[in-house]
Structures are given as structure tokens and as C-alpha cells.
Write a new protein. Structure first.
Length: 331
């Protein structure tokens, strides 16, 4: 069983030993936080508290299982919002004590990488772009066990660039979805927004892009008449930046597959452009496994179990920022 409560989705999934998804039940708080223009941690944690047990029961029901049938409980313990993570971790530890089931803490970003393995056979070495929330990272995957961080963002993440850009354009939350929707009816070549050039570095930067959009709309009185074109051009700069560095990494490490994970991997233009650039080497999870979900947490747990990494210790903490684990180090 995988349990995910790092942000605003309460998600519980059950996988069998062959990684088949038996259930993947999720309660999303998007509509709740929409009026605030972003996730409010206190509201998110209260809703996790209300929904965690019903979602666990729903997942068991959909999988036609009882809690006693579960061999391992896998739970996200970071990075994420501390008060949200605590709901999932505390609930999981309580179930572990009551039912005598081992618990495996899972790094949220490792979970996103693992989402690519749920439906696909991966060839190694591979490069994985994880673009989720406040994270935009590139990883080198040597195998199912070893993930090495090779680059990250210096400021805003791609998801933040979408959300902040959407606010500038007066769009609803979540911003990435709204920009993607408008961009489909726009001309991506309407305006050339900047793409950060960090010389030989594989790191990303999106703060300048956001500022450029802000100055653009301030100077153009009639920009709203061209909002579809602006959204498309802005999105194209983000996608180009993501793919440019991903391609550099794939060449540098001779990657056999190029993986895309995290909420930004739902973006239709990113999927289209990646397929054009990498062909069959490009691998995307289904949309339901790109956003935060219990299946990716269970999948990472299954990988750890198969590799013999399951040291059981219920004293593990929660953490908010990126923490390096034995198999998530700088490469």
C-alpha cells in the first residue's frame, strides 16, 4: 500500500508483487484551494485528516483487499508540506502498530521517478526529468535502485513558472492547466520569451521568464486580446528550456530512455515536443500517475523491497526540503 499526503492530494494505492495497480484512490483539493490561488497548508492538512481513513478504506475496497492482506505500508515522508506529511506518516505508523505491518518511508521525488516504471519497461542508463511543484530536477538512473541527482533549478521551478505566469495573466489555479488549455488555440511563435542560458550547466532557471512576462503585459495595453498567443509563447519557452537540458543530459550519459515525471509531465505541449525530439525513447506515465498519487509511492516501495533495502524502523521523521538518500545523491 502506498500513501501520499505531501501536498493537496490524499492518495492511497495498492500494488501486487508484479507492480500491477489494484487500486489508486485519490481525493484532490484543487477546487478547495482554487479560491486562494494556491495551496494553503493549514487547509490542506485539515482535509487530509478528514479524508485519509475514507481513502484508505476506498482503496482497499477497490482492490478487493482487507488491511490484513497488506504486507508493506509505504508512505511519503518528504519533501513536502510538513503538516500534510505528518497526517500520512502518523496514520501509517498507527496502522503499522495496530496491524503489525512493516512501514517503508519513501522520498516523494523518488516516487515520481518510480511512476515511470508502473506501466513501462525501462532501459538503462536513463535520464529522468522530474518537474513537480517546487522541483525541477534531472536524474541519472543506473538501474531501478540507483537514482543520481545531476541538476536542479536555481530559482523558480517549471511548475512555479506556470502558476506565477497564470497569475500574471489573471488565470485560475492551477495555472499550468489553464495555460496549457489556452495555448492550444495560440501561436507559440507569437512572442519570443527568454530562455535562461547557463553555459555548460544542466541546471534550470525560470525567474527571468516570469519577470519578462510581467513586463510584457505591463507594456501592452491590448495584451488580453492575444492571451492565447501569449500563453502559447510563454509555455513554449518553459518546454524548450526543459527539453534543451534534458537532451544535453541524454547525450552526455548516453541515455537509452528519457523519462518525464511529475505534474508538469501532464502538459500536452511537453509530451508532443518530447515525442518529436526523442521518439520512442521518451516515456511518460499516464496522467493519473504524473500528479501526486499513492501508486508511485507503492511502486518505489516495491523497488526497495526487491532490492533488499527494506530496513524497518518506525522512528523515521518527516522533512520539508530535498534530502539526499543513499540512492539519491549528487552524480
Amino acid at each position: 500500500m502506498g500513501i501520499e499526503t505531501s501536498c493537496d492530494e490524499t492518495s492511497v494505492s495498492i500494488l501486487d508483487s508484479s507492480s500491477k495497480v489494484l487500486s489508486n484512490s485519490t481525493f484532490s483539493q484543487v477546487e478547495i484551494h482554487k479560491e486562494y490561488g494556491g495551496v494553503v497548508p493549514e487547509i490542506a492538512s485539515k482535509n487530509h485528516l478528514k479524508k485519509i481513513l475514507p481513502i484508505i478504506n476506498l482503496s482497499l475496497s477497490e482492490a478487493n483487499k482487507k488491511i490484513g492482506d497488506i504486507d508493506y505500508l509505504c508512505v511519503t515522508n518528504g519533501p513536502g508540506l510538513i503538516n500534510c506529511l505528518m497526517i500520512g506518516v502518523a496514520t501509517t505508523k498507527a496502522i503499522s502498530l495496530l496491524e503489525n505491518i512493516d512501514v517503508i518511508p519513501i522520498n516523494h521525488l523518488e516516487g515520481h521517478i518510480a511512476s515511470c516504471f508502473i506501466e513501462n519497461k525501462i532501459n538503462f542508463p536513463s535520464i529522468c526529468l522530474v518537474a513537480s511543484g517546487g522541483h525541477t530536477n534531472l536524474y541519472l538512473l543506473e538501474d531501478e535502485k540507483k537514482f543520481f541527482l545531476i541538476s536542479s533549478t536555481l530559482d523558480d521551478a517549471a511548475g512555479e513558472a506556470f502558476d506565477k505566469g497564470a497569475k500574471i495573466l489573471g488565470l485560475n489555479y492551477p495555472g499550468g492547466v489553464e495555460i496549457d488549455r489556452l495555448a492550444k488555440e495560440g501561436d507559440k511563435n507569437f512572442h519570443s520569451f527568454p530562455i535562461a542560458s547557463l553555459e555548460s550547466s544542466l541546471d534550470f532557471s525560470f525567474s527571468g521568464l516570469k519577470t519578462s512576462l510581467k513586463y510584457y503585459v505591463e507594456k501592452k495595453d491590448n495584451w488580453k486580446a492575444h492571451i492565447n498567443h501569449i500563453a502559447s509563447s510563454y509555455q513554449e519557452s518553459i518546454v524548450t528550456s526543459l527539453l534543451r537540458n534534458t537532451q544535453k543530459a541524454s547525450i552526455k550519459f548516453n541515455a537509452k530512455n528519457i523519462l518525464f515525471a511529475g505534474g508538469v509531465a501532464c502538459n500536452s505541449r511537453l509530451r508532443e515536443a518530447a515525442s518529436e525530439l526523442f521518439g520512442v525513447k521518451a516515456i511518460f506515465p499516464s496522467n493519473q500517475f504524473c500528479t501526486d498519487n499513492g501508486a508511485m509511492i507503492a511502486m518505489r516501495g516495491l523497488q526497495k523491497i526487491k532490492s533488499g533495502e527494506t530496513k524497518v524502523d518506525n522512528n523515521f521523521p518527516v522533512f520539508s526540503s530535498v534530502r539526499l538518500t543513499p540512492h539519491l545523491g549528487l552524480g
